[in-house]
Design a protein around this ligand. Structure first.
Ligand SMILES: Nc1ncnc2c1ncn2[C@@H]1O[C@H](COP(=O)(O)OP(=O)(O)OP(=O)(O)O)[C@@H](O)[C@H]1O
Length: 600
């Protein structure tokens, strides 16, 4: 846990203790009652925080999960089950979990508005079922008695704050795990998550399960407040209003959940005081949610990000100063291929090195073997029986003009696109495996368009990529090796070129057998591209990772790749040692144009 987290935890616990000590004493009884409602709403908000705020799933049925928690608590109360309220509360949360998983299943195939409709459908069904079947104890008014010492309103407020705090700490800890970080990645790009070996299905279902548990606890707490609940307490309109608050405020951060809880609980009273209809509060939430959806970030995300960015800019500045000094020293001593580094903002020191000479292919063991790879998109034959091998410890290139099929090749080999043919990694056939399974077996890839969650720091992104918690030293070594900004710097202020390098670093962090890199030099200056080349050449020895490089930058390809395969209209038109292939008249004619090929 870093210093910032400890500070936030201290501040959060301090605020909770203060609220418990002061509010029940100074507030009039009605406001203490409202404070309980706010604390319970804050708990339910945390369930939105997991599924909406972190995983980015549009779930409109959280109050239905809360209703399940409430139903179980009341049922156990009527049955006078052993264990008492505390145990019943947990059982209510647990009872919501399988339902959460069941509702999460459609999320594996559909997303966005369609998924929102499915979850809303569940909310409507729950509404109907609840209205037809009363809650246990409603008929004969079997009320729930709050347990001592939390039996007074003031005491129950303290209990609700304790439950909120325990959940907030637990969710904060989950948020730091790879599962928690993967939710942020899912929110922005499911394919990136899969490429990092994350099971999208498992990760989404876990988010549904945990959010349902938290909502179930919230429902049970509501029973403790009201002694008996009615269907209207869990109406679908409630889910909608709280969803809007969640999107607007961002309850995946505790301060957002508290704010959301307070808004949710007191908005009605405020509207009444200013003589506006109560529903007007919902309209305000809806407008706020629309604004947040447009920017893609909630209010607490933005506030936290600004804070983090302010601190990180100093680190970036220091890195830039260091880079300038290194460039100056290098410029005093030598130039690279006659070109000067351009000092692009936000990119830290890229060592100005002359690229390593290509190494002979030798008789190395084939590590990745692709045979007869054919991919068709309708009438378009994107790949036609392509063979390619990446040897152990090798860096090989895949080049070709725009539309030749290079990205399709990477997509097919990594399991994102269906194909005919065979892919073997270290002798193991991969053809029936999903992208995330291929990734966990040691086949990583990067994308031409890099999508990295801006909420993450670079350290956190490396953790996702590595599939395990890296030591600070390991992470720093990787970032330095690839010339990325310091690890604490949030992705939100890292420039596009550096994000690509970070993506490569994250792929290598997992120490896969083979990394498929799709145009990693795009967005880099000429000097940065050459520096990247020197790094890629060193990757097999430094990290034990072989590389397939897709690039348009011929100087980089020539400097880095011992062998190269050329595609044109999905067909291999040449393959072999880089120098020979680039001299091939067929390659020059079909693809490069003589003027583009640097003399070797
Ligand atoms: N999802 C898709 N649906 C239909 N056609 C596709 C799809 N993806 C790629 N293609 C087609 O397959 C062919 C190969 O495209 P691909 O993106 O693999 O080429 P590329 O060599 O990576 O090009 P570039 O260098 O521009 O990235 C192109 O004709 C492209 O239009």
């Amino acid at each position: 846990m870093n210093v910032l987290d400890k500070r936030s935890l201290g501040a959060g616990l301090g605020a909770a203790v203060l609220a418990c000590a002061v509010l029940p004493v100074v507030l009039p009884p009605y406001w203490v009652y409202l404070a309980i409602s706010a604390a319970i709403s804050a708990v339910i908000m945390q369930s939105f925080g997991v599924i909406v705020g972190r995983a980015g799933v549009m779930s409109l049925c959280q109050m239905s999960f809360a209703a399940i928690g409430a139903w179980v608590v009341l049922r156990l109360n009527v049955a006078e089950a052993p264990g008492g309220f505390y145990l019943w509360l947990i059982l209510g949360g647990l009872a919501a979990v399988p339902v959460g998983v069941a509702i999460g299943l459609p999320a594996l195939r559909i997303r966005g508005v369609n998924l929102a409709v499915v979850t809303f459908g569940f909310a409507v069904s729950t509404d109907i079922v609840l209205n037809v079947n009363e809650f246990p104890g409603a008929k004969d008014l079997t009320m729930l008695d709050r347990p001592a010492p939390f039996d007074t309103d003031g005491g129950y407020f303290v209990f609700c704050v304790i439950v909120f705090t325990v959940l907030a700490v637990a969710l904060g800890m989950i948020g730091k795990t790879r599962l928690g970080l993967s939710w942020y990645e899912l929110r922005h790009s499911e394919r990136s998550a899969a490429a990092h070996g994350i099971s999208v299905a498992r990760s989404k279902l876990a988010a549904f399960a945990i959010s349902a548990f938290v909502a179930g606890i919230g429902g049970g707490l509501l029973v403790g407040q009201l002694s008996l609940v009615v269907p209207q307490n869990f109406a679908m309109g409630q889910s909608l209003a709280l969803f809007a608050v969640a999107v607007m405020i961002g309850p995946h951060h505790p301060e957002g959940a508290v704010l959301g809880g307070i808004f949710g609980a007191i908005m009605g009273t405020i509207m009444e005081k200013v003589s506006l209809p109560q529903d007007f509060g919902g309209v305000l939430f809806g407008v706020g949610a629309l604004l947040a959806l447009r920017s893609g970030l909630s209010q607490t995300d933005l506030t936290r990000m600004r804070k983090r960015e302010a601190g990180a800019r100093k680190l970036l500045k220091a890195a830039e100063d260091k880079k300038t000094a290194e460039e100056q020293a290098a410029a005093d001593g030598a130039t690279v291929d006659g070109k000067a580094a351009d000092g692009k903002s936000g990119t830290p020191a890229a060592p100005l090195v002359v690229p390593a000479a290509p190494r002979p292919a030798g008789d190395r063991t084939p590590l990745l073997t692709v045979t007869g790879m054919t991919v068709k998109f309708g009438e378009v034959v994107a790949l036609d029986a392509v063979d390619l091998t990446v040897p152990e410890g090798g860096v090989v290139g895949l080049i070709g003009p725009n539309g030749a099929g290079k990205s399709t090749f990477i997509a097919a080999v990594s399991g994102f696109v269906g194909y005919q043919g065979a892919v073997e990694l270290a002798g193991r056939p991969l053809d029936r495996l999903s992208p995330n399974k291929r990734a966990t077996l040691g086949l990583r890839r990067t994308f031409q368009t890099t999508v990295i969650a801006p909420e993450l720091t670079q350290y956190e992104y490396l953790t996702i990529g590595a599939g395990r918690r890296l030591t600070r030293a390991e992470a720093d070594e990787l970032l330095e090796f690839f010339g990325c900004p310091p690890g604490q710097v949030p992705v939100s202020i890292v420039d596009a070129g550096s994000r690509r390098l970070l993506d490569v670093a994250a792929a290598i962090a997992a120490r896969p057998k083979v990394a498929l890199l799709d145009e990693p030099a795009a967005g880099q200056s000429a000097a940065e591209s050459l520096a990247l080349g020197a790094r890629l050449v060193a990757v097999p020895e430094a990290f034990g990772v072989s590389i397939l490089l897709v690039e348009h930058d011929m100087e980089l390809v020539q400097a880095v790749c011992e062998e190269v395969t050329v595609l044109d209209f999905g067909n291999v038109i040449a393959s072999g040692p880089t120098g020979e292939v680039l001299e091939d008249p067929a390659v020059r004619a079909a693809y490069l144009g003589a003027a583009d090929v640097p003399a070797s």
